[in-house]
Every structure is written in C-alpha cells, then in structure tokens.
Design a protein around this ligand. Structure first.
Ligand code: FES
Length: 178
C-alpha cells in the first residue's frame, strides 16, 4: 500500500516532467513562505515566461504542487488577460488601441489585420506565424497609429501597408526556418 509520502514523491516527479526543475524549485520555495497561495500569480508568470503559455498540464501540475484546487488555478489563469492559454505565434502583433492611435484610425488598421490573418484578438494564425493582440498606449503616441511586432515599433501605419508588413515578417519567418 502506498503512503502519503510515496504519493507526494509521485506528484513531484510528474510535476517536474511538465514544469521542469527550475519551476518546481521555485514553487518549492514559495510553498515555504507565509501565504504561499498568494504566490500563485508569480508561479504562473514563471511558467508562462518559460513556455510562452499555460496549458492544462502546466496548470494541473501547479495546482498539485501548490495544493490549490485545479479550478482555482484555471480560474486565475483565465481571469487575467496577461496569461496566455494557447501557444503564441512566432511573431506577436500588438495593435495600440489607445486614444491617440484610435483617433488616427487604429480600428481600421486592426480590422485589416483581422481580415488578412483570418483571426481575431488573442488568436494565432493557422500557420503559427502571427498572434494578434490589442494593447493600451504603447508610449509612442507621436507615431500614431502604432503597431508593434515583437519589439519592433511600426508607426503611422495605414491599412494599405498591412499586407506588405505581414509579407515582410512571413519572409523573415521562412528565412529562419532554413
Ligand atoms: S495611444 Fe497608441 S502609442 Fe499612445
């Protein structure tokens, strides 16, 4: 008959397989702190920083190791917009929807991206190259409307420029694959 300790060793082993030693080590540290449950968001950030998103396996492993109900962990992950529950594309497109960009036509730029990519906010294109997100002011209002692709700022963007811009990045992605 297995003991609680045996079960725990198994939990740790399974969690380590899906999260890696660094994350399980971080969780271990958090577990030793007062109000360990309040560290859940920090733990989820660590997992996302490592894997780019949080899948069901990650969330289960975190729940088990932190001894927090799975429903609560999934609830926290889906409540906060900064947590991603699906893999992101090679390039992250961030359309600024802040006031300055909006009055300069950010909505038309966004619509063109949606049409060209065939996806909507938070989704990734079928080829896995682009993920589309909207954001608040990116701090470069003088260049409105602004689209950021990864860390590259594109200013004064018009809907007409979108196909060419996407082609540029598609080509880059193809070069990287070679
Ligand atoms: S509102 Fe878009 S950069 Fe400030």
């Amino acid at each position: 008959m297995s003991t609680t300790t045996d079960n725990w060793a198994q939990v740790e082993e399974t969690a380590q397989k899906s999260l890696g030693k660094d994350i399980t080590g971080f969780i271990e540290k958090c577990r030793g702190e007062d109000a360990a449950h309040s560290r859940l968001i920090a733990v989820l950030h660590e997992v996302q920083a490592k894997y780019g998103y949080l899948d069901g396996e990650h969330l289960d492993a975190v729940a088990q190791l932190m001894q927090i109900p799975s429903a609560k962990v999934s609830g926290v992950a889906s409540f906060y917009h900064f947590f991603r529950l699906k893999p992101r594309g090679r390039y992250m497109i961030n359309v600024c929807m802040g006031t300055a960009c909006y009055v300069k036509g950010a909505d038309r730029v966004a619509q063109k991206l949606i049409d060209e990519l065939g996806i909507t906010w938070g989704e990734t294109s079928a080829d896995g190259v682009f993920t589309l997100e909207g954001s608040r002011c990116l701090g470069t209002c003088g260049l409105a409307p602004v689209v950021m692709i990864d860390d590259q700022v594109h200013g004064n963007v018009t809907p007409d420029q979108i196909p060419l811009l996407l082609d540029e990045y598609l080509e880059k992605a193809q070069q990287e694959e070679k």
